[in-house]
Design a protein around this ligand. Structure first.
Ligand code: ADP
Length: 246
């Protein structure tokens, strides 16, 4: 099956420093894949290459078999790439309903022309409310985003990314800074994501990674150390050496 997202020999230098070293990853449609690696392994650089923030020095990026390597960020979004950010990108003064409505309206605009959302205000709000319900945010719908607990703000970020109906979703440390008590909600929400979307999770919390992912790529010094199932990765002595100094 054509991968939803694939990199072929992806390589990137910062000056003389090799930050991404011939990386091949492949996510089939509906994948639940995680990217892990110690600090400085090149995870953020890889995300920036995938989203188009950076242009690779060499190699290719394909979405659904189509070349997106040199494509601008917004065109990749239109091709079905969506992401969340490590750093909170929300508008604190809006409500969750307003925030998701904007994302839904934006998608409709991209799908069908600028005039559609104007005539479909009711449909936009209805879909936004339905999405918020899926993320357990119905009761928070009309509150000020800035007043929500941090874990719920992170959930809202995932809801916003999903409102674009992506084929590929990059989750960039969705649990970063989230207190332990709220982490289960994040895990439940990302586990419940629709199977139409292939998910690439970048996350430090290994518990979350191992409970979410069906396959894992381990990145070290910019290169793929190994790829496998969570069980294979957990049992690999090279991975244990990197993480535990064994
Ligand atoms: P990770 O996200 O896995 O912690 P990064 O992708 O942030 O890793 O960084 C990989 C390596 O590339 C690090 O050694 C980092 O110092 C270096 N690096 C990242 N961004 C830049 C940059 N803009 N200029 C120079 N070096 C960079």
């Amino acid at each position: 099956m054509t991968p939803a997202l694939q990199t072929l020999g992806l390589t990137h230098h910062f000056g003389a420093f090799l930050a991404t070293d011939n990386v091949n990853i492949s996510l089939p449609p509906g994948a639940r894949h995680a990217l892990i690696g110690p600090n400085g392994a090149g995870k953020t650089t890889l995300v920036n290459l995938l989203t188009g923030v950076l242009r690779p020095g060499a190699g290719r990026i394909l979405m659904g078999g189509e070349e997106v390597t040199g494509m601008a960020q917004d065109r990749r979004v239109r091709r079905g790439l969506s992401r969340t950010f490590q750093i909170n990108q929300l508008f604190p003064e809006l409500t969750p309903l307003q925030s998701v409505s904007l994302a839904v309206a934006r998608r409709m605009e991209l799908d069908g022309g600028w005039w559609r959302p104007l005539g479909h205000g009711g449909a936009v709000a209805k879909e936004a409310a339905e999405i918020l319900g899926r993320f357990g945010l119905s009761d928070a719908m009309g509150r000020r985003v800035g007043d929500l607990p941090y874990g719920r703000q992170r959930l809202l970020e995932v809801a916003l990314a999903i409102a674009a109906r992506p084929r590929v979703l990059l989750l960039d440390e969705p649990a970063a800074g989230v207190p332990e008590a709220e982490r289960e909600d994040i895990l439940a929400a990302i586990r419940a994501l629709p199977r139409e979307v292939a998910v690439l999770l970048i996350e430090h919390d290994m518990d979350l990674v191992f409970r979410f992912a069906e396959s894992i790529t381990v990145l070290v010094s910019g290169a793929v150390l190994m790829e496998g199932t969570p069980a294979e990765v957990a049992a690999d002595p090279r991975v244990r050496a990197v993480y535990l100094g064994e």
